[in-house]
Design a protein around this ligand. Sequence first.
Ligand SMILES: [Zn+2]
Length: 357
Amino acid sequence: MAKSQNALHGEKLMNRCTRCILPDTYPDIVFDSEGVCHKCHEAERRYVHRDIDKLSRELLGIVNWAKSQKRRYDCIVPFSGGKDSTYTLYTCIEKFRLKTLAVNFNNGLRTEEALRNMDTITRNLGAAYLSYGPPWNILKKLYKEFLLNTGQFCFPCDMGIWKTVQRTAEQYDVPLIVSGFSAQIESRGSKIYSYNNRLFKTIAKNVMSTGELNDFLSEAAIAQKIARRLKRFRLTRYRRQISLPEYVVWDDKIIKDTLYRELNWQKRADGSSDHIDCLFAPMKNYLVVQKWGFGEKTTKYSAMVRASQMTREDALLQSTEEERRPIQDAMELFMQKLGVTNEDILHAKTKSHLGYL
Ligand SMILES: [Zn+2]
């Protein structure tokens, strides 16, 4: 039953943007008279005409400011052993000579490749490295609860990463946080995936205590606002948080070449270099395909086409092939680790996170 439905969904002929490859099933998509989607126009406004020289100067200003604070560490990089966070760590240390602390959130789902990468790379770069993770029994309950209620399970990990990074920055009094998250390439759109404290709390409190929630909840918006005010009046220490891809050219090919050449970075056994850091990555993508008829590669490659890092033809070919790859082993592992059934997975597409935001 599940199989025939998925096959049907996959076969359904979709109309796509004539510039990128986003299909007409993408939430709230709008096409102009030439068939170009609104995400393409948005990207043109935000990224295509970016003044990279000006951004580089700005970035250098931030780097020098962090160094001038003269702390034990100049910056923290949230580190998973994946491609983007590894490249960010490399840039902070090798290019900017920042005293960098790599901080990893142990989500209970780290792959062997990711663990090996974290070890080799922190050693090769001479980076300080710290990892923290809540007990697996808590994470397991959370992933399951989020799957059953929202149809997706990534929220606890995303919340945990930021909380761990912020807590560590506080503890070591680190002035700068530099992440490798590229909104331009990685964002899937808020209708597909987005989160906040409220969503997390509403669902998580079914399965965990208030104390346990502390590993995940960031400061509330109001507290952040007060903190910003105090900082403006210099009553507390100032901390900055930036995404490196907002300041530099974030080119998948350049990143991969650098990692293989300079750092002996390892991809996954199946040859994939995306999301090598999570055992459940194939399931995350599967749930998106099941619900929307297209997966993460479609949104990612669309962004890469807009950024002239890929041709539209290659994007179509590769996304079709990669999104239909069988994931039987990954699904069995997922069911066994979380104690969920086929039925639960099938029901995921009827659920949404939007009502909780
Ligand atoms: Zn488009």
